[in-house]
Design a protein around this ligand. Structure first.
Ligand SMILES: [Zn+2]
Length: 304
């Protein structure tokens, strides 16, 4: 079911995100198509009915209109979107048939377009999300896809995509205990000279390790040049900021000495609206800089 003329008239995108919606109508995929064809030009790439009936209306490398600021960004990247049948107030959960199709589409997008297996950490961060996750994805805010479906996304749909894309069997019901964690794995081997006595914020993939609400156990591994003097004091600290990187939390640095590998760990909850970041400071007796050769951040985390 191809939507014309939207399908030809829209610019191309390089898809980096998958954003899930509820359409606040108990429609089939066919009816969603007719609605967009006849009544509105605010379309999505995919539509999904209660019975798992799935239709694609627009190619995934063409812009669709459902995600406001994420439809197509100035760098040409954009979001692939799916509208899903729901009750009129989008308060009901997805059916099992819908969950299964959402997982399949999510896995396909990972395989076809390389969308990374993570929940978007910012409005323009590649990954998976749902409409209300970032205000930049709607005009004036939205509750879409509804509370029940946000919970399903975090506990069933997204873990299901991760599990199946990595060749495991996936849960189709929410785990009661010990939900499957997602894994943070970021590293950066660009050499950095750390000026003596100055705190430096480190980027791994980027400067934000986690975006709340999230529970995490994170290990940061730093490799300092072997010629670093043994007397050098090396401090690392995790801290929380707001989404603009401002209003830092209290700092609790951990102190080690000398060159080579050093590890810093943090196990905590990141509240909603807060970001977890990491800083390092090296202080040498002669004020010479210390060279950082490699840095990595890894560990499990859970959506809250
Ligand atoms: Zn929506």
């Amino acid at each position: 079911m191809e939507l014309q003329p939207e399908s030809d008239g829209q610019p191309a995108i390089r898809p980096t995100q998958f954003i899930l919606h509820s359409i606040a109508a108990p429609w089939t995929a066919r009816r969603i198509y007719e609605y967009w064809r006849d009544s509105s030009n605010l379309e999505s790439h995919f539509g999904l009915g209660y019975e798992g009936d799935l239709a694609q209306y627009i190619g995934t490398e063409t812009r669709a209109d459902a995600n406001y600021g994420a439809n197509r960004r100035p760098d040409g990247t954009g979001a692939v979107s799916i509208e899903t049948a729901s009750n009129l107030k989008h308060t009901d959960p997805w059916t099992n048939a819908q969950v299964e199709k959402l997982i399949r589409v999510g896995v396909w997008l990972h395989q076809r377009h390389g969308i990374p297996l993570r929940i978007c950490r910012a409005h323009d961060d590649p990954g998976y999300g749902y409409h209300r996750l970032y205000s930049a994805w709607s005009q004036g805010g939205t509750a879409c896809p509804g509370d029940a479906r946000v919970t399903q996304f975090r506990k069933v749909v997204f873990p299901g995509i991760v599990a199946r894309a990595s060749g495991q069997t996936s849960p189709t019901t929410p785990p009661e205990e010990d939900p499957m964690p997602m894994m943070l794995a970021e590293s950066n081997d660009r050499d950095v000279d750390l000026a003596s006595g100055q705190w430096v914020g480190l980027a791994f993939d980027d400067a934000v390790l986690h975006t709340g609400p999230r529970r995490h156990h994170t290990l940061v591994h730093l490799l300092l040049a072997p010629e670093t003097p043994d007397e050098a004091v090396v401090e690392g600290r995790f801290y929380l900021t707001d989404t603009k990187g401002q209003n830092p939390s209290a700092f609790m640095p951990v102190r080690v000495r000398g060159g080579g590998g050093h590890q810093f760990t943090c196990t905590a909850d990141v509240p909603a609206g807060r970001h977890l970041r990491f800083q390092v400071r090296a202080t040498t007796p002669d004020k010479r800089p210390v060279r950082l050769l490699h840095r990595a951040a890894s560990g499990p985390y859970w959506a809250l």
